[in-house]
Design a protein around this ligand. Structure first.
Ligand code: G
Ligand code: G
Ligand code: NA
Ligand code: MN
Length: 254
């Protein structure tokens, strides 16, 4: 309950920060996007990573206001970066399954896009496979409403969950993020190589783009480029960065 009290204060006292990890086009080697990742700057405690406060925020429902705060930050910040530095930048936001229980999610996204002036195509939502195992009759209309706005949807940590591949047909998914547990074993682990090839081939055949996460070296990057992957994200290019540092990368993105 101390953590809960601290979390509620964090929201009113503005102790959260959004970090940005660049996504790089494997065709052009330029930054084409970023993943927004929340951090908690608790006074006297340093930076607290999301794994230590997102799960409890989901349990106590605080993920709803936190999630809305992240979406607002990202929309206004991305609008500024597109207007001043990278016109086609796309930023993705992680959305917890709990946020899809909020029937106002789509309306909130629409209103925030409108108020910030960010084009819907500049926003992507990252969801996890677990969400798709929920009630399809309730979720599908929400997905379709989000898609109708022009916002894209990415399936995060792909390959680690238990969802059936038929979900890829039933839900309007634009992008697959291959989980870093596959990428980390490339090229030495033959199973990871084969599975990564298969995931890329399947995604491309279904008209979805592919983002590889957890890319940590040049060998993995070359492998992914040769395999037809479009985008990469990982420590090889950059870790998640605070706003000012990410902006420095955008200024050199020519
Ligand atoms: O940045 P880091 O790798 O520590 O993030 C760990 C996990 O925390 C991410 O995989 C993501 O699922 C989750 N996370 C980060 N930022 C957010 C956020 O803004 N909202 C939600 N729901 N989850 C987030
Ligand atoms: O769960 P999600 O896929 O959203 O995770 C994003 C997390 O992955 C962030 O916490 C980020 O810090 C971490 N991450 C990003 N790039 C790398 C990488 O190249 N290697 C490792 N080990 N972790 C990474
Ligand atoms: Na993510
Ligand atoms: Mn992921």
């Amino acid at each position: 309950y101390t953590l809960e009290t601290n979390l509620r204060r964090a929201l009113t006292e503005q102790e959260f920060l959004v970090y940005y990890q660049p996504k790089i086009s494997l065709q052009t080697s330029r930054i084409v996007g970023a993943e927004a990742l929340i951090r908690w700057q608790m006074p006297g405690q340093g930076l607290i990573p999301p794994n230590e406060f997102i799960p409890i925020s989901e349990e106590i429902g605080l993920i709803l206001p936190i999630g809305r705060w992240v979406l607002e930050q990202v929309c206004y910040q991305t609008k500024y970066w597109r207007d001043n530095l990278v016109p086609d930048l796309v930023v993705s936001v992680n959305i917890s399954p709990r946020q899809f229980q909020d029937v106002t999610l789509c309306d909130f996204i629409a209103a925030t896009l409108q108020e910030s002036g960010l084009p819907p195509s500049a926003l992507q939502l990252e969801i996890t496979e677990g969400l798709l195992m929920g009630e399809i009759d309730r979720l599908l209309p929400m997905f379709n409403a989000i898609k109708a706005l022009g916002v894209s949807i990415s399936l995060d940590d792909f390959g680690t969950g238990f969802s059936s591949l038929s979900y890829l047909q039933r839900f309007p998914i634009d992008n697959l993020k291959i989980d870093r547990s596959f990428i980390s074993k490339i090229p030495e682990n033959q199973d990871s190589v084969v599975l990564t090839h298969a995931i890329i081939a399947m995604a491309n055949a279904l008209g979805m783009s592919i983002t590889a996460e957890g890319v940590e070296n040049a060998e993995q990057m070359f492998f992914l480029t040769d395999s037809g992957c479009q985008e990469m994200q990982g420590y090889y290019f950059s870790k998640p960065l605070p706003v000012e540092q990410f902006e420095k990368l955008l200024k050199n993105n020519r």
